[in-house]
Design a protein around this ligand. Sequence first.
Ligand SMILES: [Zn+2]
Length: 270
Amino acid sequence: MEFVPPTAKVYILYLDESGTTVEASYFVLAGLAVFEREIYWFSQELDNLQRQYFPKVSEPILFHATKLRVREGEKVEEPWDSLTGQMRHELKDKIYEIIQSRRGVLFGCAIEKKLAQARSEDPYERAFEDLVSRFDLFMSRVNRQLITENKDEQRGLIVLAESSYQKTIALLGRRLREQGTRWGILHNVSDVPFFAPSKDTRLLQYADFCSNAIYGRYNHKLTGDFDRIASKFDQEGGVVHGLSHLSTDPNCACTACFSRRGRQITLPPA
Ligand SMILES: [Zn+2]
């Protein structure tokens, strides 16, 4: 069953994480913000892919980027073992195509763990706070536009994949709601956050693919999947607001760092 928010007229940001293993140098929290009416269409697209690739499986399959990245010759779990390596690759590409073509806005935060450690920050909490703030700024822009069109304002909701961080993030969410982020008070994001199981929420599965592509870009310098969806990051007038890269390299020239250096905004430097 798809997660349905209790209020009408909302934008929902679905987030999932990558890089939680000890070996990972990067931690990534990322996902897609979609207008409520789009949820159905996104979900349909994954349901269709499941019917096409797994015609015999009636239970919803939890689509997970890493399961589709397993190379030929490596151990493949059920039900992915019913596909050839080429089919898994093709299926992964199709999911990125959906993210690229449907109406959704990408948000992501990639944190070099070394940096978080040096600052005694928890990467998950830092990334969450960063994204809440970016999503709130995005909602401000959406609402400014709606007001000029004499339309009702919209609220932002955040839905996270259930994880071991649930309790910490629930508390942090409440604090951010009451006291704002380190960059200011939130105006448009309400009651953060909700938690939902990825297996029941197709949009959280897309969030997994988003965060996995960003993780690949920063942790392994694999740009293929990242480049396909990079144009979907929240941006305005050529400035990318939806992606942040917190790294020990002050000269990094990635999209996020390049964009950050070129603008004067209220967010602090990485
Ligand atoms: Zn960078």
